[in-house]
Write a protein that binds this ligand. Structure first.
Ligand code: CAA
Length: 258
């Protein structure tokens, strides 16, 4: 696997692991780090031996936001020409499941990165929030959009305007995270879940992910057309033949991911 400056990348069996690695600044996301995250995810997406991607932070936190020191002197024209958030769009095109494990702070860009994950597990002490308002800016990498799609307009505005941090308990109650664990077992429980998901037929996992995201943006009618196409397509896979044959023969299926 490629070596990076600000992240560590590993593979354990069929799980690709990305660790944010600027612990001294609570994994504040500078631009190079974001590029590295995007590049590593793209590589894992193309690597047949990776089935699930797990993302978490080294040190005390997941990520305390975009690197404020890097952007303090920015001006609008520089930002427009830089078009830095275009890279973030690529994260939404990763086909494999991404599971985030959040401990400590997930703030600003760190919260936005967490919201890109398909599933989120968090430690009991995790804190989520968008403090950008206190810097006289606002989220720029999808925060206003993804939070609103999860919580609805009223609650999203309340959090985005206050800049306060929500607890893991609140995040779970609002469907922002899937599960809460004591911090000592967060990563192990996340990996356990990832290993189980990695053993499911990969094309079903992939097509279900695609269809669910269509539900977020499409009308019910359009989404159901999309779902139907994916459903039919799966009947071209070897795994569908194997899954149904194994059921009839009353044995465990042996899925190949094709
Ligand atoms: N950027 C740069 N450095 C950061 C940082 C950030 N977002 N967050 C923390 N750090 C640095 C601190 O400056 C500090 O560095 P030094 O040791 O060199 O002083 C180090 O990380 C440890 O942080 P603290 O000493 O502040 O730790 P704490 O436990 O007292 O406080 C905190 C933790 C509440 C998270 C606090 O660090 C904080 O408020 N950080 C900023 C959070 C923030 O505003 N994030 C949003 C950024 S804007 C954004 O993300 C825009 C976007 O949408 C893309």
């Amino acid at each position: 696997m490629t070596n990076y400056e600000y992240i560590q990348v590993d593979q354990e069996e069929s799980i690709g692991i990305i660790r944010l690695n600027r612990p001294k600044v609570l994994n504040a996301l500078n631009r190079k780090m974001v590029s590295e995250i995007v590049q590593s995810m793209r590589e894992m997406d193309r690597n047949d031996s990776v089935r699930v991607i797990v993302l978490y932070g080294n040190g005390k936190s997941f990520a305390a936001g975009a690197d404020i020191t890097e952007m303090a002197q920015d001006d609008s024209i520089h930002l427009e020409l830089l078009n830095q958030f275009a890279e973030w769009d690529d994260l939404a095109h990763i086909k494999k499941p991404i599971i985030g494990a959040v401990h400590g702070f997930a703030l600003g860009g760190g919260f936005e990165l967490a919201l890109v994950c398909d599933l989120l597990f968090a430690s009991e002490d995790a804190k989520f929030g968008f403090p950008e308002i206190n810097l006289a800016v606002m989220p720029g990498a999808g925060g206003t959009q993804r939070l609103t799609k999860l919580m609805g307009k009223t609650k999203a505005l309340e959090w985005l305007w206050s800049g306060e941090m929500m607890t893991a308990e609140t995040a779970e109650a609002w469907g922002i995270i899937n599960r809460r664990y004591p911090q000592e077992i967060l990563v192990e429980e996340t990996l356990k879940y990832a290993r189980n998901l990695a053993n499911k037929p990969a094309l079903s996992v992939r097509f279900i992910k695609e269809a669910v995201y269509k539900a977020v943006d499409y009308s019910l009618y359009e989404g159901m057309q999309y779902e139907r196409k994916n459903f039919s397509l799966l009947f071209s896979s070897d795994d569908q033949k194997e899954g149904m044959k194994a059921f009839v023969e009353k044995r465990k299926p042996n899925f190949k991911g094709r």
